[in-house]
Design a protein around this ligand. Sequence first.
Ligand SMILES: Cc1ncc(COP(=O)(O)O)c(C=O)c1O
Length: 405
Amino acid sequence: MLIDEIRNDFPILKRKVNGKPLVYLDNAATSQKPKQVIDAIKNFYETQNANIHRGIHQLSEESTEAFERSREKVAKFISAKPEQIIFTKNTTESINTIAYGYGLKNIKKGDEILTTVMEHHSNFLPWQLVKKHTGATLKIADITDDGLLKMNHLEKLATKKTKLVAVTQVSNVLGTINPVKEISEIAQKNNSLFLVDGAQAAPHMPVDVKKTGCDFYAFSSHKMLGPTGIGVLYIKDPDKVDPFLVGGGTIKEVYTDKEAVWHDSPWKFEGGTPDVSGVIGFGATVDYLNKIGMEKIRKHEEEITKYALDKLLKIKNITIYGPMDHRLRGAVIAFNIGGIHPHDVAAILDSEGIAVRPGHACCKPLMSRLDILAMCRASFYIYNTKNEADVLVSGLEKVNKIFKR
Ligand SMILES: Cc1ncc(COP(=O)(O)O)c(C=O)c1O
């Protein structure tokens, strides 16, 4: 598919912002949606809407079938089995499901949890919570000055006491792609479980949970062209995890005088009415991504990241965080310009129709490690063009001019 054809699928890319064509570079926060996904959701409400797994009437059966078909598509997308795929609200809820359903039950005082300093708060705070409630130790692997994970440090911190290793596959600030296969081997050597935060990886590159060798993999539909409100949690062995949100749909039997018997996975984890339209929309998203091809998406983003990095590095007073080799990073470029506050930078870019993210990007421990309070982040996706990278560069030159640098 040509980039013009792809762009044509995204109605929002035709709009103007502050009188300028929209240049949407906030994809790490959330992506835009193609009309195929919007239509799938609209079609569900117009022709099929019913609750699932409950009724025996035609609409309910059709909705249930479409919902479960989405699960099969998602499973195939990451080389898993449908019963290993749990639909949640987002990556945050997926990781919390493991913290509550596995961590609080199985991790004890004297045990260790190992994570890194580059984690998003969603893969950091749940482990601080488990530490607080269980008395376990939380160990944090450091990064090098060019934003790579210090593998020798991580390996040194991993011990036989490590119950769980929790690492992001791609940093949402540094862009760093972590060697998850290697980390999984370290975890396996110590008999530790391995959780991968795939929020910034699954949208942008092929994912194979079997090859990765992880026990848990979490990601969000909204960052990969799909609807908001849908997250995915892959659990290799669902029997190891208890449901964390119990209620309707999670049981086989309920008694008044003894404990309930849980349903099989995935249903034991999906209490209450789910976002049926969202899951069906996410099925259409997976079809859309497959039609383009994840290898192709990765290649496009590598090209655009290299192009943007080369140009951005020429901007006066710019500091770019993370590895400079585009092959080692995802399509995320975080930067600061001299002493100019990232909010001022983002506001000036916004006046040019360019959407970027200023702030700490939910990575306060990483901000401290980089010795900054905040940064600006431009993040690309399959519909972004080199021309848009040029518009970003011109916008940043304007920032320098306004601040007379
Ligand atoms: C690396 C990473 N992990 C987790 C999350 C949380 O995702 P969500 O807000 O969809 O739960 C994000 C969101 O930006 C992220 O970038």
